[in-house]
Design a protein around this ligand. Structure first.
Ligand code: XMP
Length: 514
């Protein structure tokens, strides 16, 4: 296994992701924990030193133990890791004096014979890389040679082939270093990894860690029926069985048949202890007369916490709260915490619960990206139809019903949404679309059906493509598809007599209507 020593870079997790893509098993450990004894026990086959925010020049800035360089295994230093490595091995690092580089840069090849680390690099001349550094290496350590340079980093790539020590100033793990994966592949091949690690192995390891963390304590989990909380719950259930209880807070704002499907899948198929908190009266009662989107979200969020807490209190001896937090949530909450960003929408999640209830967190998906969670879900036997489901927001249909919510409107919305999704599936478009739904509009319009006048609701269809929900584009349905869908909705759903298609991208729109 490979050891990544973390010096606090925002993108350390991406290194792990690149390695997992190469089917190499790795673990990230914060530098504080990596002692000589730890190294003996871990026995890494290779070590990567991550980037980080500190300056090597400052007193007390972090370093890996010197022993890392005596293990006889390949070492790769990245950004701060590179500088720490140079500093420790006899080179010199200087503070940036206006030569700092942030963002895209181009590295030129240096020297004529290249080590295996750079196989597949510089085939088209220079390589685009992503830099983000203030300090720079001024003198390389003895034994190292320069393998690549950029205008702001004369020692962009250096290496000592005898010892298999390599150091790069840029971040090969990020997307903006297009050939970065090749560099990682070369590095792990140098270290003798075969690339035979799998999601099945990840699952086993995650189970072991959950058991270790939880011991014989009880755990509760707020199950929403979404992919993330479902995968987290099933994984934890495999690890600790009946010590886990899930609470499914049914706010009455789910899609057609959804609550029943979730409950029966978890109870019957997975045999998981599940409390079905059927509280739709409370939620829909509290939303009566509310039309402001933020008030809706806050009302639902607050009530959700109260209801969850009420049911959780009934289970004795609970010490942990399980959450399906993913790595992107972790990066976002780190980089934006305390920042001046404006609240566009108050997202609904169970944040705040652990402090309020005095619980510790179990977050077994914290290191994973969405597609990896799906792969883990497959490993756990979740059906494909479930794993590939479009995201669904915590406040549910409430935010797809602009204006005041009524049971009638929710019923109409559920039916229209079901027809729309059925159409999308029938045309084989479901997996191409990131998210699709109907919003019922707070306007009634006049129509004519048969010989009669109608005065019913209008609805809007929404379908977007996106990678992460942060930006999105509307899906370019054919006119035939839209026409056929509009006809079906109006014919099959009483209460709707007009259908529109929303062609707003995000930004400037958002995906949901509220
Ligand atoms: P917006 O509307 O902000 O949505 O463009 C981006 C993505 O987030 C989902 N969404 C939510 N998910 N709780 C959630 O768990 C929420 O409160 C929430 N609001 C929006 C939305 O469905 C889309 O996928």
């Amino acid at each position: 296994r490979l050891l990544i020593i973390d010096f606090g870079s925002q993108v350390t997790q991406l290194i792990a992701r690149r390695l997992r893509e190469l089917s190499v098993y790795c673990e990230i450990h914060p530098f504080q924990n990596v002692t000589d004894a730890f190294l003996d026990e871990f026995a890494p086959k290779a070590v990567i030193l991550s980037g980080g925010p500190a300056s090597v020049i400052d007193d007390g800035s972090p370093r890996p133990p010197a022993k890392v360089f005596d293990l006889g295994v390949p070492v790769l230093g990245i950004c701060y890791g590179q500088q720490a490595m140079m500093d420790m091995l006899g080179g010199r690092v200087e503070r940036g004096d206006g030569t700092a580089e942030f963002g895209r840069a181009f590295v030129e090849r240096k020297g004529d014979k290249h080590p295996d680390l750079l196989t597949g690099w510089f085939l088209d001349g220079r390589e685009q890389v992503w830099m983000s550094h203030g300090d720079h290496v001024a003198e390389i350590a003895p034994g190292f040679e320069v393998l690549g340079t950029s205008p702001g980093a004369p020692f962009a790539i250096t290496g000592d082939r005898d010892r298999n020590f390599y150091a790069v100033q840029f971040h090969p793990e990020v997307h903006h270093t297009p050939n970065g994966p090749t560099l990682y592949r070369n590095f792990v091949e140098l270290a003798g990894f075969k690339g035979d690690w799998t999601m099945a192995a990840y699952k086993e390891e995650a189970i072991r860690l959950i058991r270790e963390q939880v011991g014989d304590s009880k755990v509760i989990c707020a199950l929403s029926g979404g992919v993330d909380s479902s995968v987290a719950a099933i994984l934890i259930h495999e690890a600790i069985g009946e010590q886990l209880t899930c609470v499914f807070v049914d706010h009455g704002l789910m899609r057609m048949n959804e609550a029943q499907e979730v409950v029966s899948m978890f109870r019957e198929h997975y045999n998981l202890p599940l409390i079905h908190a059927e509280e739709s009266d409370r939620f829909i009662g509290a939303l009566e007369g509310v039309s402001d989107p933020e008030v809706k979200r806050k009302t639902i969020g607050g009530l959700f916490i109260d209801v969850f807490q009420h049911y959780a209190d009934e289970i004795e001896g609970v010490k942990f709260l399980a959450q399906g937090t993913l790595y992107p949530d972790v990066i976002e909450s780190v980089s934006f915490s305390g920042g001046p960003s404006v609240t566009i929408k108050s997202h609904h999640n169970v944040g705040g619960l652990p402090e309020k209830m005095g619980l510790k967190l179990v977050e077994p998906l914290r290191e994973l990206f969405k597609d990896e969670v799906r792969a883990l879900g497959r490993e756990l036997g979740l059906p494909e139809s479930f794993i590939g489901r479009h995201p669904f927001p915590g406040p549910g249909l409430a935010i797809r019903c602009p204006g005041e919510i009524t049971r009638d409107k929710l019923e109409i919305l559920r039916k229209a949404d079901a027809v729309y999704i059925d159409q999308i599936r029938k045309h084989g478009l479901y997996d191409e679309i990131w998210q699709a739904f109907v919003a019922i509009l707070p306007v009634r319009t006049v129509g004519v059906m048969g010989d009669g006048r109608t005065y019913d609701f209008a609805c809007a269809l929404r379908a977007v493509t996106s990678v992460d929900g942060m930006t999105a584009d509307y899906y370019p349905f054919s006119h035939e598809f839209l026409g056929e869908t509009a006809t079906r909705i109006i014919n099959e759903v009483r209460g709707i007599n007009r259908v529109t298609y929303d062609i707003t991208s995000k930004p400037p729109g958002t995906i949901e209507w509220e």
